[in-house]
Each structure stands twice: as structure tokens, then as C-alpha cells.
Ligand binder design. Structure first.
Ligand code: 9PG
Length: 479
């Protein structure tokens, strides 16, 4: 075992790079994770605005053949399953950046850290899969991972998107009850709020107020869930107008745009500012008071980007964690928190579940974006499952959320075999079980598939993916 006391470590291994595969995991939920031949090229998004939204701008893929970058963990595998595994042993204050570089007849592995030096290990093993499980469990134990029982969730996003109404939620909850569908949670997603940051006021189209929903869901026998992007503020929002000094800034002193969505750029709260932490705690306590005990906390990466902050002595990982801790405090220890778009290992111990891949979509692949734009962080069934499968060992850190199954035949480009493949892979991944299908659109076949998805076995760790699911996994995850 090698423990790094310094902020940089380097190992040179006398190995033939053409005989090795590399396992990498990107910075946050939507970043790619994959197992590839070491001599291939890790893709880097062509469009610079994607660098903030799906990647760590301080540690982008290099774009060179034979150079692979990974956050927190990295593994090199020989064809017989033996190899090397590197892992951080602590991630609350620090980002650990691994790089494997194929040279002629050797491989160079470096580990660099952003934040205070934290221990890492780089170890040879005759079974990478088992060893990675052991190291991931060590990190989870050390950071007091929360792993409550996984929940079965209906979420409004993947059918209603931003047009969701209070009535849509109730219609689906009533139908779920009529059909005795075994959901635990009905979760309202993006679209209920007046603006990004103005969570307490309803949008014009919502047809009510989010605070009026939980009691009606409880009457139908469901837990109420709510989506928030608590670290974000739109430039048009009241939050931004009232507190421009709460935003993280760029080197020019201006509020930093931290991504483009909702028709324009948006900003992020500075979680080293004491007033921001009070606002976050109160926000979570307020929606909890409305009756929401399940919160999907989205776009969390916003608080962890390189930026100028109120307290410059707080590093990126620590700043992120302060914000998330304030939300946990406000929501209560017994709230169920799902992280999304979030730095992964840095969330351990604060979230109950975590999205471990990009969004599912009602189509299999978006080849042009993936291959021509070098961007696998976009929504597609293929991207979501490929990445969540490649992060299987993270079940020691939180309940994985591989995103929703899609069981409907209408409003979908997925074929029968693809719907079945999604269901099978969700079973392999385990963790949260979710659906977003409008229940009125499900025929007998759709309802049967949905029931199957909600009652899948819960394998914490299949011995190997192919053993559990056969050739289909290799086929569908090959890219
Ligand atoms: C609501 C949605 C859903 C979904 C989340 C998240 O990079 N992007 O531009 C990007 C936009 C949206 C997105 C993910 C990435 O989806 O994952 O489940 O809650 O927000 O807006």
C-alpha cells in the first residue's frame, strides 16, 4: 500500500499498454464513466459551454490517445481481470484527480489533488472488481455513507418536462392508486417554480402552489417529493436581483455563468457566504414544512466549480459540502435526499441516493452528439445506462439512481427489445426504482413491464455484470 502525503504522486509501471483496459469515472452525476482499451482516446466535448456542465473545468479529458483522466478512483485491468486500483480514502475536502498515460512499453499513473492533501492508495490486485468494491466500501464507511432502503419513485420530468401542472401530478397519483402500482414517492420535478431560485412562488402554468400538493398525495398513500436546483439562480430571478453578492464570481468580479439551460445562462450561490448557508437551510426547512420529505437536489455541481468566493480559504470540495450540509440540516436527518448533477464522492454521508449517470430519454442513442461533438453527458438510454453500469461499485456510497425506466410505447422511439434491455440493466444496477410514464398511456403490456421494474430484485453487487445479465451488457455498453 502506498499512502500519499503529498499533493502529487507518480507511479511508472513496466506494462504493455496494448494489453490493458482502463476504468474511469467523471466528476459528477452526468459525466461519463467507462471501461475502455487504454490506447483509445477519452472524448472531450467540442463545445466549450459543456465543459462546466458535465465536466470538471480544472480537469478536462486531455483528448490525446492513451491518456485517461478520472475522479476519485481509477483502475487498470489485464485481460484476466487482475490489475491495479487507485482510490481516495477521504473526499470531503479534496478532489482527487487520476491520470493513466500509455507510453511505449510502460504506463505512467499520476494522482493530483485539489484541496488539502488526503490519503490515497494505488494497489496491485489479482481481481480488480473485488478490490474496487473493497476500496469503495472503505471510502463509504470512512465518510459514513447513508444507504437507506431504495425507494420506488414516480417523477414528472420525463413526460411532462417543464409544463407539469398540479393536476398532472394528482391524475397520475390517482391512477397509480387505482392500478395498485407499488410506488412509494410521487416527485414533482422542474416546472412548478416562478423562476430558478424563486422556489417559493409558483409558475404561471402550474395551476396551484407546490405547497398544496403533499397533503393530497399523502391522502392517496404516497410520500411527496420535490425537485430543487438549490444552488442555482437565473439572472431574471428575484433571488439574483435581491442578492447579487451571494453569487460565485469570475476573475472579472462579475457573477459567474455556471451553465446554459432554461433558455440562457444561470448563476450559482456562493456556499462560503454565511447568509447563503442560512438561506439554504431555511429553503430546505420550508419545503419540508410543506410536507416534502423526499428532495431531488439537482445541478449541485454549481457550488463546486472553480470561482472567486466570499471566503477564498475554502476549497471547491469543502465549499460544495458546506452547501449540501446546510440543506441536510434544514431538511432534517430523516429526509430522503437524492443528489443529481453532483460531485460524487464529495456527497457521501449527506445524500441518501445519487444519480450516477446522465438522463434517460425515450430513445436509445444520440450518436451525433456523442460521437461528433464528443459529448456523452447528454440524455439517452444508452448514455444513462452505460455510465451507471460503469459506476456499479458506488452502491457503497449511496443508493444509486440509474434514472427512470420507460415502459410506455407512445411518445417514445424505444423498441420492445430496448425497453426490456433498460429494465434488465436497471435490475443489475439496483438502487432507486423510478418511472415517469403518464400512467394513462400504459396499456396492459406497459403496466406489466412497469410492475416488473418496480419489483425487480435488489442485487447490491452482481458478482460480475456479464454473469448477471449475460452478453447483453457487453453488447449494449460497448458504445
Ligand atoms: C430538470 C431536469 C431533470 C433531470 C435532471 C436534470 O447539461 N444539461 O444541460 C442538463 C440539463 C438538464 C438535465 C441534465 C443536464 O436534467 O437530471 O432528471 O430533473 O434536470 O430540469
Amino acid at each position: 500500500m502506498t499512502e500519499a502525503a503529498l499533493n502529487q504522486q507518480l507511479w511508472t509501471l513496466p506494462l504493455d499498454p496494448t494489453q490493458l483496459r482502463v476504468l474511469v469515472s467523471g466528476y459528477q452525476s452526468w459525466s461519463e464513466a467507462e471501461l475502455r482499451p487504454l490506447t483509445e482516446r477519452q472524448s472531450v466535448p467540442l463545445l466549450p459551454w459543456r465543459h462546466q456542465q458535465g465536466h470538471d473545468p480544472d480537469f478536462l479529458p486531455s483528448g490525446q490517445a492513451g491518456v485517461w483522466r478520472s475522479h476519485t478512483v481509477l483502475a487498470l485491468l489485464r485481460p484476466d481481470g487482475s490489475g491495479w486500483v487507485g482510490s481516495a480514502l477521504e473526499a470531503a475536502q479534496t478532489f482527487t484527480h487520476w491520470e493513466a498515460r500509455a507510453l511505449g512499453d510502460s504506463v505512467e499513473v499520476t494522482c493530483q489533488q485539489e484541496g488539502p492533501a488526503a490519503p490515497v492508495v494505488w494497489e496491485e490486485t489479482n481481481d480488480v472488481t473485488t478490490h474496487l468494491e473493497k476500496l469503495a466500501k472503505g471510502l463509504g464507511d470512512q465518510m459514513q455513507a447513508r444507504r437507506p432502503a431504495p425507494l420506488r419513485v414516480w417523477c414528472s420530468w420525463y413526460s411532462y418536462y417543464r409544463t407539469v401542472t398540479l393536476e398532472n401530478m394528482l391524475d397520475n397519483a390517482r391512477l397509480a392508486r387505482q392500478h395498485a402500482l407499488p410506488f412509494d414517492v410521487f416527485q414533482l420535478d422542474d416546472g412548478f417554480q416562478a423562476d430558478l431560485g424563486d422556489w417559493l412562488e409558483p409558475s404561471a402554468h402550474f395551476g396551484g402552489h407546490a405547497r398544496d400538493l403533499p397533503a393530497q398525495l399523502h391522502d392517496l398513500g404516497f410520500t411527496a417529493g420535490l425537485w430543487l436546483a438549490p444552488f442555482l439562480a437565473a439572472p431574471t430571478s428575484g433571488l439574483f436581483a435581491q442578492h447579487p453578492d451571494w453569487m460565485v464570481r469570475g476573475a472579472d468580479g462579475q457573477p459567474l455563468p455556471v451553465g446554459h439551460n432554461w433558455g440562457g445562462p444561470y448563476h450559482a450561490l456562493d456556499t462560503t457566504h454565511p447568509e447563503v448557508l442560512v438561506w439554504l437551510r431555511d429553503l430546505a426547512a420550508t419545503v419540508r414544512g410543506w410536507g416534502y420529505s423526499y428532495l431531488k437536489l439537482d445541478f449541485l455541481y454549481g457550488a463546486s466549480l472553480p470561482a472567486v468566493r466570499h471566503d477564498p480559504s475554502v476549497g471547491r470540495a469543502a465549499a460544495f459540502r458546506r452547501g449540501l450540509a446546510a440543506l441536510r440540516e434544514g431538511a432534517g436527518q430523516d429526509a430522503f435526499l437524492l443528489g443529481c448533477g453532483a460531485p460524487l464522492a464529495q456527497s457521501i454521508g449527506l445524500v441518501d441516493a445519487m444519480r450516477t449517470g446522465p438522463d434517460v430519454a425515450p430513445f436509445w442513442d444520440d450518436e451525433s452528439r456523442r460521437l461528433w461533438l464528443g459529448d456523452s453527458t447528454g440524455p439517452s438510454a444508452r448514455n444513462a445506462l452505460h455510465t451507471a453500469l460503469s459506476r456499479w461499485y458506488q452502491h457503497h456510497w449511496y443508493q444509486p439512481d440509474p434514472d427512470v425506466a420507460i415502459c410506455r410505447r407512445e411518445l417514445s422511439l424505444l423498441g420492445h427489445a430496448e425497453r426490456e434491455a433498460i429494465a434488465g440493466m436497471l435490475d443489475v444496477i439496483g438502487g432507486l426504482r423510478a418511472s415517469s410514464d403518464p400512467i394513462a398511456l400504459l396499456d396492459e403490456q406497459g403496466l406489466a413491464l412497469l410492475r416488473r421494474c418496480l419489483s425487480l430484485s435488489r442485487p447490491d453487487m452482481p458478482r460480475t455484470l456479464t454473469e448477471s445479465f449475460g452478453e447483453a451488457v457487453t453488447h449494449f455498453t460497448r458504445g
